[in-house]
Design a protein around this ligand. Sequence first.
Ligand code: ARG
Length: 460
Amino acid sequence: MSALWGGRFASGPAEAMAALSKSTHFDWVLAPHDVRASKAHARVLHAAGLLTDDALATMLEGLARLAADVDSGAFTPELADEDVHSALERGLIERVGPEVGGRLRAGRSRNDQVATLFRMWLRDAVRVVAVGVLDVVDALATQAAAHPEAVMPGRTHLQHAQPVLLAHHLLAHTHPLLRDVARLRDFDVRAAVSPYGSGALAGSSLGLDPEAVATELGFDSSAENSIDATSSRDFAAEAAFVLAMIGVDLSRLAEEVILWSTAEFSYVTLADAWSTGSSIMPQKKNPDVAELTRGKSGRLIGNLTGLLATLKAQPLAYNRDLQEDKEPLFDSVAQLQLLLPAITGLVATLDFHTERMAELAPAGFTLATDVAEWLVKQGVPFRVAHEAAGGCVRAAEARGVGLAELTDAELASVDVHLTPEVRGVLTVTGSIASRDARGGTAGVRVAEQLGGVRRTAADH
Ligand code: ARG
């Protein structure tokens, strides 16, 4: 089988040239989309009077058989096929002969073809990713619902800061993930524009209707500018960004699971099914799902930055560099397809040690802010209140006790406003319940939030 462009060449490509040029080992995944788009193209050729009724019927029947053979694996690329498009043209000609099969290529180029197919593939792929992300959200929300009252030390700088509800903390991970799903939907608004009909770069002269192809292939419209349509890949970079962002958001969760499962934290026990052992240390139970999540997020970031670097210096219009656009996205999607069910399983089966978390919740003087805010309610300026609460921490630390164990005399000596009534706010549950403004950690707000998260997830 000769290349699609053999006419002006006296010899075929050198072996190393062909090897470099070849893309069937990765672009074959576009084959089903390619055949679908070819059917649409055949119909516009027919509508433009460039295919007879009989030729169209033969071509559509041949393409249907080709699709079935691609699907079953009966038709696969051969060594001499440069890319998926060349291989499928060979497949069509083998099925319907060169007289009909050789007509399909009129008015289209692999440049508009590949840009269209890549969009089709990505639009489908990110829908699958979004479902997987929503599964993680569901696992987090289910764990939050199962622990409506469990408390934990909230942290900033990884230091104990203020007590919060475990459910509030778990739900904090759902919001970025829900925004990622919203980003994927938003990506689709811009991806739903079909480059078909742009030809190599200048558009088609054959009276073909790009809008008809766009509609048949599920796009919202056809491209306004054939040069842009064949050469821009910002849609792919945008998808790569959202996929990398999902990786980063999952990695933050993973990092916490890794910390939580250490002996020092002892917040969680990982289910056997979602952890691994060591080949030498018999006691080990390792958080590999979480570590692979953290590791793969680096790879997803690499796919984004690699693609941006590929794009950055390309003059208009199509350049062969663009063949490098697909593998990063194929890889990001494949990695997330591996990752999402595993992290969902890990989260769903986390066994939280709520007593341990409750015991640690007040440690590190996490109620000091409550002392300061109690003083503010007594009319003390916050600057003074902050000093006084800090004085309580210093006194308690010096004596190795908690804030609630300071004597009346010790409190009064720190600040005259510190009457014994201050002890009323020195409980973890009281502190949490008091933060009842919208977005706060109080149980009522977290319950509302859980409802909101579930509604947003269901709306996607
Ligand atoms: N395989 C190429 C790609 O992925 C499409 C072929 C375009 N080739 C060309 N010589 N214009 O971008």
